[in-house]
Design a protein around this ligand. Structure first.
Ligand SMILES: Cc1cc2nc3c(=O)[nH]c(=O)nc-3n(C[C@H](O)[C@H](O)[C@H](O)COP(=O)(O)OP(=O)(O)OC[C@H]3O[C@@H](n4cnc5c(N)ncnc54)[C@H](O)[C@@H]3O)c2cc1C
Length: 412
């Protein structure tokens, strides 16, 4: 039972998972006066947040798709929240977050330029974009033919490591490590049993549990959900959660940074989305978009070949001769949609009676504030009232390493 003084016996809300969703929810609930305890199984943001490309999307790249309205509206609203937080004027104080780029670009090849330009002119692209010419183009386009079209979008790119760090600092509630493979359980309606990393068992009085564990939500739902259907709590997880896998590519030795989307057709999926970070005197390029979605069935070497081909198509003027390569498989964990496609909004699902246990999937980094707002609304609706914040001081939990700094990555 609980004897560690840094872990309270009683809190209003236990949050599982310290990625962007769990940390923003922790901040949001503390602001409303709830006491929280955040339980993390490994390191903060391990899974999606640390592996994300860090783009605070405005919905622009979705604006070519058919069912884009809701996604774009939610993302536009989220922009203001992020802008205030990054300036430190409202929300969690994120002034210490490293903004890797204030804008992204969309670019398109010579062969596709006229159709793309026509679409922009016809207003098919429902967002503000500015065409960049000459010296205003990013360094990655200095050697590009003039006929390559480059447009700038007001879409910030943030470093996920400093984001996790600053979000952690923005709230004061206690945080603790769960034991690996822990199966927390409600042993009574308001008593949650769980084991910490040392194996010690705790019985925490809590009014609610909020699951923000990404792919880990599936096992947490299995151990914490009510079994309404009679078909087993595993089935409950299958009904509310989905995964969409990605096979990302990392390229070391890039001569300059780049943040943007290569557009080859009028779809909601860019051929390539590139973000980058300084890396030992040069840059690492992190490649996603259709390359990562369509490359799930490829093995690592084939995926690297596919990345080289995509770069040759999208920017044939870039010299890749000094690059070294690696790939990363990572699942996007989301609330389930009937089609299995990306949800348009964050999803927050009550998975046990009376709003007692909520499962959260923000869908996008950019939508974490909206997800946290929904958690707050649902707790209020369930009549779960705040009893006052617990201040545990600085947390000792650290963010997971960025994917290209992971010790086990094999570069070729
Ligand atoms: C490759 C990639 C690129 C992306 N790029 C973007 C982008 O550019 N812009 C954007 O807006 N979105 C992007 N996304 C989506 C975005 O990253 C996710 O929507 C968001 O990070 C999800 O955050 P989360 O906190 O729900 O989950 P996670 O970040 O996965 O965090 C889950 C946390 O829970 C912990 N955990 C796991 N199991 C347990 C357990 N049983 N108990 C306790 N803790 C547990 C994990 O260690 C982790 O800390 C991207 C996603 C991927 C995969």
């Amino acid at each position: 039972m609980t004897s560690n003084p840094s872990i309270p016996d009683r809190v209003d809300v236990v949050i599982f998972g310290g990625g962007v969703a769990g940390l923003w929810t922790r901040w949001r609930l503390e602001r409303a006066g709830y006491s929280t305890l955040l339980l993390e199984q490994s390191s903060l943001g391990n899974g999606q947040t640390i592996a994300s490309q860090g783009i605070l999307h405005r919905g622009t790249k979705y604006a070519f798709g058919k069912d884009v309205a809701q996604a774009s509206v939610e993302l536009q609203l989220a922009q203001e929240v992020w802008t205030r937080a990054l300036k430190g004027t409202d929300g969690p104080d994120l002034r210490g977050v490293s903004v890797l780029s204030p804008t992204t670009v969309m670019w398109t090849s010579e062969s596709f330029l006229s159709r793309f330009t026509g679409a922009v002119a016809a207003g098919v692209l429902k967002s503000d974009v500015r065409k960049l010419e000459g010296e205003h183009r990013p360094a990655a386009f200095k050697a590009a033919p003039k006929a390559v079209g480059v447009w700038e979008i007001d879409e910030k790119v943030v470093d996920s490591s400093t984001l996790l760090h600053e979000l952690t600092r923005s709230a004061r509630g206690p945080m603790a490590r769960l034991s690996a493979g822990a199966r927390p359980r409600w042993v009574k309606p308001n008593i949650l049993s769980w084991s910490d990393a040392t194996g010690q068992t705790h019985a925490t009085h809590a009014s609610a549990a909020v699951l923000c564990a990404g792919v880990g939500n599936e096992s947490l739902i299995t151990s914490l959900a009510d079994d309404h259907s009679g078909s087993g709590a595993d089935a409950a997880a299958r009904h509310v959660a989905q995964r969409r896998p990605l096979h990302m590519v990392m390229m070391r030795g890039a001569p300059c940074d780049l943040f943007g989307h290569c557009i080859r057709e009028l779809s909601d999926k860019p051929r390539l989305t590139v973000t980058s970070a300084p890396d030992a005197g040069s840059f690492v390029w992190y490649l996603g978009g259709a390359l990562a979605e369509d490359g799930v069935s490829r093995d690592g070497p084939s995926q690297i070949q596919a990345a080289k081909l995509a770069l040759r198509e999208c920017m044939p003027w870039i010299d890749l001769s000094r690059a070294t390569w690696a790939t990363l498989r990572v699942d996007r964990a989301e609330g389930r949609t009937p089609s299995g496609k990306r949800p348009d909004t964050p999803i927050v699902s009550p998975i046990a009676a009376g709003g007692h246990t909520l499962a959260v999937w923000p869908t996008k980094l950019a939508l974490a504030p909206a997800a946290a707002g929904r958690v707050f609304d649902l707790l209020e609706t369930a009549n779960i009232r705040p009893t006052g914040v617990v201040d545990a001081g600085e947390s000792s939990l650290a963010p997971a390493p960025l994917p290209w700094n992971e010790g086990g990555v094999r570069w070729s």
